[in-house]
Design a binder for this molecule. Structure first.
Ligand code: PXP
Length: 253
């Protein structure tokens, strides 16, 4: 059992804000550097087929400029496998992707897509990437992950994190606990992620078999509140200084 749980910070939604204006600010690479300084162990980014947030150049810059492990989330398509084999990130997490979805809605159907997934996983492993499958915490999916030789699974924590009543919360955390135990019994490294917040991280982090969490949306959203005051304060100061200097030029000197 590991004492310390690895934290991967997903910087997708820094890119979402950047892309709202089509410029270069805020830069996910700057956010990634801050995340590492703040205690993250690695950076995660999802290159979606429609490039709605992270774009190819972001992945190249993260890989070229950072020393830490980069975990590339992607759909198991030929295009994405080709991209990953060239870029060779430390890790690839295979996720299902539907164009119309707002975010990754469910886990991969590893059990139903075994024959389609296996050769793609093989190519990625051959390229030196640590491959994980993002799956629901269900025995059939874990057993399929083992059959297709994925060394790692990432358990989808969305059902637990979105639960609103105590019965569902208890049921969902028990599913995660049981899945994490089974993953370890099957020889799979166990990660978890999706929808994790300050309110939901405790019971997930307490599951001993889980060695890595990937967290994104909540961190970027919460940073708006915890960082907004300082940012506005700095803007206020710059405005006041510039105005004062324009009225009394000697202040600027
Ligand atoms: N893990 C996987 C496989 C994901 O697809 C996502 C969402 O991109 C996350 C973790 C992070 O989820 P969230 O942004 O809700 O923290």
């Amino acid at each position: 059992m590991r004492e310390q749980l690895r934290l991967g910070v997903n910087v997708d939604h820094v890119a979402t804000i950047r892309n709202a204006r089509g410029g270069s600010h805020p830069d996910p690479l700057v956010a990634a550097r801050l995340a590492i300084e703040a205690g993250a162990d690695g950076i995660t980014a999802h290159l979606r087929e429609d490039r709605r947030h992270i774009v190819d150049d972001d992945i190249h810059r993260l890989l070229n400029e950072l020393e830490c492990p980069i975990n590339l989330e992607m759909a198991p398509t030929d295009e994405m496998v080709g991209f990953a084999v060239e870029a060779r990130p430390h890790a690839v997490c295979l996720v299902p992707e539907r164009r119309a979805e707002r975010t990754t809605e469910g886990g991969l159907d590893a059990a139903g897509q075994q024959n389609w997934l296996a050769p793609k996983i093989g190519r990625l492993i051959e390229a030196g990437c640590r491959v994980s499958l993002f799956i629901a915490p269900e025995p059939a999916q874990l057993e399929a992950a083992r059959r297709v030789h994925a060394p790692v699974v990432e358990l989808h924590t969305g059902e637990f994190c979105n639960a609103r009543d105590s019965t569902t919360l208890a049921h969902e955390i028990e599913r995660l606990r049981a899945a994490a135990r089974l993953a370890t019994d099957l020889g799979l490294e166990c990660h978890a992620g999706h929808g994790i917040s300050f309110d939901t991280v405790g019971p997930i982090a307490a599951i001993q078999q889980i060695v890595e969490l990937n967290i994104g949306h909540f961190l970027v959203g919460e940073a708006v509140f915890t960082g907004l005051g300082a940012t506005i304060g700095r803007m206020r100061k710059l405005i006041d200084e510039a105005r004062a200097a324009s009225i009394r030029p000697e202040v600027a000197r």
